[in-house]
Design a protein around this ligand. Sequence first.
Ligand code: SAH
Length: 450
Amino acid sequence: MAPLLARRALLATVLGSAGRRRHPRHHAPAAARPSSGAGGEAEAEGPSRATAMLRHLLLKLRATGPVTVAEYMREALTNPGQGYYTRRGGIGESGDFITSPEISQVFGELIGLWCISEWIATGKPQAFQLVELGPGRGTLTDDMLRVFNQLPSVLSKCDVSVHLVEVSPKLSEIQALTLTGGKVQSNPEDKSAYMKGISKTGLPIFWYRDIQDVPPGYSFYLAHEFFDALPIHKFQRTEKGWREVLVDIDPEVPDQLRFVLSPSSTPATENFIQPEETRDHVEVCPEAGVIVQRLACRIEKDGGAALVADYGHDGTKTDTFRGFRNHKLHDVLTAPGTADLTADVDFSYLRKMTQGRTATLGPIKQREFLKNMGIDLRLQVLLQNSGDTATHEQLLHSYDMLMNPKKMGDCFHFFALLPHHRLVRPDKKHKPESKSPLLPVAGFAELLLQ
Ligand code: SAH
């Protein structure tokens, strides 16, 4: 089938399917970050956890002096013993923050459709890897795999495998339960993975701690609310030049942390601030830069694409470091380890860190991306097939959460890395009259009217 026809058929199958998650959400989802919702877990386990992590940090600060915000964030989120994601990872209505895949099944379905659409547009390679960075509860991948399963005739000859990059033992357990029903093998001998299993739909799934451990090959890399969880450095312009913001013990209040400025420049101020910088406060996430470099190298060499979805800006914002606990804003220096810490993603930095190895698309607002992917049609089909008022209301409420400009529609963005040849034919320069235009990339252009 011609790629365009194949894409139309695909669209009709996925958007028109009556399929609902096996575990439909009956409760209207809590609001996304930030909001005034409430949950119970953090209160129950808060104080002792806070003490353990805070004690650990106080010992460290007394021994070696102030630490960078990046070091503080890394400890608070992913310390192997006490980190927020390691021990708690409170994603969902009963946790600290809710994410789009948890709000609506349609989100993951449309991203599944995006991957298949790109796979078709690049000539249906014989195999592809679905690689998710920071999969949370595994819901996004689960919804995507359901879409793949609905397309047996399209994918029958394609060898699909799933690769999850996750540092949190607690969340990887939840992912295993969501995706395989809990039937997994730890430390398999044949792989660099720390766990493996078979999805409910029959696909092999592997877990890794680092993107470098994922085997090379044509892959779709997904990062939903992943980059915002990576440690940032914070800088402030002073009369004496750029200084790094550090975390120290407050000498006035026992066991309390405070921000201080480095007395002189640090290696980070030398390396991460651009000479042409005009802002007075800047946040930089070098770990995100390294991961994007790795993704760009892989996509340049083996093909595929990366789709990043997160809240963020294009190099304009200054102070976005914040904490969330029980769906409320939480002071970043209070009770570390009990709250999610996050900073907006700087898409201009990610673009720069591809070093021209791939083309980039976006950032484009979530509501535009999902509209281009056909969310309205999908909603109509689900509404027509929903028998009860509660489901009806839940579908409309979750659509509003994802699409409303005042909720998640405008502040979340989609950004893609694609091989250059996906956007410009290599021979275009020499044969500008060349027919057969390249297919537009779904989501970044309207899928339905192509
Ligand atoms: N994508 C999910 C979860 C977002 S929360 C969703 O949208 O619902 C961030 C996720 O990234 C968690 O799964 C967390 O454990 C994981 N994570 C955080 N830092 C990480 C790191 N350095 N390497 C791998 N995973 C990480």
